[in-house]
Ligand binder design. Sequence first.
Ligand code: 13P
Length: 259
Amino acid sequence: MSEGKIMKKIIIGNWKMNPRTLKEAEKLFSAVAKSISALKKTEVVICPPTLYIEKLNKISKKIMLGAQDAFYGDVGAFTGEVSGEMLYNVGARYVILGHSERRELGENNNDINKKIKASLAAGLRPILCVGESVRDPDHGYFNFVKTQLEECLAGVNQKLFSKIIIAYEPVWAISSTPNRKDATPADSEEMVIFIRKILSLKFGKEAATVKIIYGGSVNEKDAKDFLQNGGVDGLLAGRASLDAKKFMEIIKICEALNK
Ligand code: 13P
């Protein structure tokens, strides 16, 4: 984004709770890793289920690994939780935080805020997901996203802020949402401009360097349009990232555009 500086685009795959076995995970990961040797302008991140991270990290260093959540406590009596430091130590360098599927399970902006700060302290780059469930005719969804950003980023260290990636994921466009609708690159672009404005009011110049990406049923057919016309610095794919060919296609499209 900043003038004169080439910023790599980023393609992130969120595997969610897939695939069923480590063997399948290794197969899928290897298939993607094999075909991306020549990438220069695109960074690829895969966020598998936590317990696959360490194994996958040994297969290839060409793909960065991310987790799908990280707790805010660093160590201690937190049954069932995993800290950012633990994730970092097994090879994760990114972490998705505030995904709508976790918000649906009860996670709120305050929890996400604590997780962002703890993840940054652990050396992870948070991928903060924001996005409205519905687009109301009065455009209240802009305020909804503004509140998500303000509450999730409250008190975040100015110096570490540029490590955060913002993923705009309109919940109504995600493949698992019943009666989902396609979002358009114009929907994305409009929200990306809005998000950058909110970030610049809060963090000043640094906001220009923050990557803002789009997610919501992205596939090999619409990736080009979103990358060219959606105002974004990359994509966050769910379902399409579970198909090595489709995910590769998205990566190649990005690399070809990113001149
Ligand atoms: P889909 O690409 O399956 O809609 O998932 C998007 C998503 O939630 C990525 O985090």
